[in-house]
Design a protein around this ligand. Structure first.
Ligand code: ATP
Ligand code: MG
Length: 442
């Protein structure tokens, strides 16, 4: 295994003093997978005060000392060095009551979550693998170290970590581990939203289809609003999947960008509520985008997503099923209304949405790609029009008695009229046009 020099220095310093020292966990797993480790964690038989003594010449951070972790700053990089430890009894299904240090590497590894995360490496020993981690990597399996029920009961976050690693690496979760995750999912109630948000993003950003498909109960433990989508038949020629299955196909098929993944996960969350069947037995979901937006807002706020992410996702959800045209006039209007970047993202959302529809309908994605192409050509050719180009402004419009949201709507209405050549872009003409067409503004 390739180790960077600064890690070698750390391992060498510890072994020179007679302590055992290894890199552990994610970096060993990633190396065996042929991937570049994100960072290197070190585990050692040295006690915290011995670690501190060993690295007295270095800048140290000791805020993790309670858990046996000393962070050494080396080459301006923080490296966590943790003493072999056994976790005491767990309180609140998350935090060990106390940690005890041990001199046994095997004991330290046995407290780790999954076999693929419970391996260490040093140049002297090579990979040390007490729990069959290598074999599970080869078989592409996530398996708890020890009894999965006990391990999830100790720390329920591990349930989501199992799903995250399965999604990230495209692995299956071993049957007993998966069974325990299903059965103990109610323990997730006690996990902080910050942790849940991080794990959810990790799950969504991976190869998430199978995880969303096989663990809907766990996903709904975090987002109960999705429950109504499961098994919800759409009675539509465009759809050969239930709302939930459509949702996961669209989510997993979208670009790996958290904005898209959250948008697609939640874009149809309002469908069950909006459903109506006509006399011919055809299902309709009129207005579902707005209902989805309302529900999604509640979910994103509860999970403490930033305002930036929330606003962007809600914008895309609200507009995920607008009717688009591949004409110059439509594109100009759409760019004014949604912004250039917003409109291009909306086109993508329409494409991802179609990935979850009946196959015969996929032709529509060529249409959307063509709109995207023409939009880019328009944006390259000339400065995009905006409301600023209009010869009337908000003040002019409010002087006519428009207030609040009506002002923006009136300006967009006039902009559309100019692009459609229904009215010339001259102040007097625009104001007359506006007075005449006031009732047509939507
Ligand atoms: P990543 O590449 O996402 O950082 P990682 O495996 O390094 O993956 P970390 O969260 O950085 O994950 O944790 C480092 C190691 O600590 C893990 O590999 C695992 O051995 C152990 N670990 C982390 N969280 C837990 C937990 N909740 N329960 C048991 N062991 C854990
Ligand atoms: Mg890590």
């Amino acid at each position: 295994m390739y180790l960077p020099d600064y890690i070698k220095i750390i391992l060498d310093k510890l072994s020179a003093k007679g302590y055992e020292a290894y890199v552990v966990g994610g970096c060993v797993r990633d190396y065996l997978l042929g991937q570049c480790p994100k960072d290197y964690d070190v585990t050692t038989s040295a006690l915290p005060e011995q670690i501190i003594e060993c690295f007295s010449d270095y800048k140290l951070l000791t805020n993790g000392l309670k858990h046996g972790t000393v962070t050494v700053i080396i080459n301006n990089l923080p490296v966590e060095i943790t003493t072999y430890r056994i976790d005491g009894d767990y309180k609140d299904h998350r935090h060990p009551e106390k940690v005890e240090f041990t001199s046994s590497l095997k004991e330290d590894l046995s407290r780790r979550d999954f076999t693929i995360n419970a391996m260490v490496y040093s140049e002297k020993t090579g990979v040390v693998d007490y729990f069959g981690g290598k074999e599970d990597l080869e078989k592409k399996i996530i398996r708890a170290v020890g009894d999965p029920y006990q391990r999830f009961d100790e720390d329920a976050l591990r349930i989501l970590r199992a799903l995250r690693f399965a999604s990230r690496f495209g692995f299956k979760i071993d049957r007993p581990t998966a069974d325990a995750a299903h059965r103990l999912r109610y323990l997730l109630e006690g996990i902080s939203v910050e942790r849940i948000q991080t794990e959810l993003c990790g799950i969504l950003m991976g190869d998430c289809h199978d995880v969303l498909y096989n663990f809907p109960d766990i996903i709904c433990e975090i987002i109960p609003e999705l429950r109504a989508s499961i098994g919800f038949i759409q009675y539509s020629k465009y759809h050969n999947r239930t709302v939930y299955r459509h949702t996961i196909a669209a989510t997993a098929g979208s670009d790996a960008d958290i904005i898209y993944r959250l948008t697609m996960l939640l874009h149809d969350v309002g469908k069950p509520e909006s459903f109506y069947m006509d006399d011919d037995g055809v299902g309709h979901f009129k207005g579902h985008a707005l209902v989805s937006r309302r529900i999604a807002e509640k979910i994103l706020k509860r999970l403490k997503f930033s305002n930036k992410i929330t606003d962007e996702v809600l914008f895309l959800i609200e507009n995920h099923s607008i009717k688009m045209n591949d004409t110059e006039k439509y594109i100009k209007k759409a760019v004014v209304r949604y912004g250039a970047e917003g409109f291009l993202k909306l086109i993508n959302v329409h494409i991802f949405d179609n990935l979850g529809k009946a196959e015969w309908y996929l032709w529509e994605n060529d249409f959307f790609r063509s709109i995207a192409q023409h939009t880019r050509e328009y944006l390259e050719k000339q400065p995009a029009l905006s409301l600023k180009d209009l010869k009337v402004n908000g003040n002019d419009v409010s002087a006519l008695g428009f207030v609040g949201e009506e002002i923006g709507k009136a300006l967009h209405f006039l902009m559309d009229a100019v692009i459609d050549e229904h009215c010339q872009n001259e102040k007097e003409k625009l104001l007359v046009f506006l007075k005449k067409n006031r009732k047509n503004i939507k």
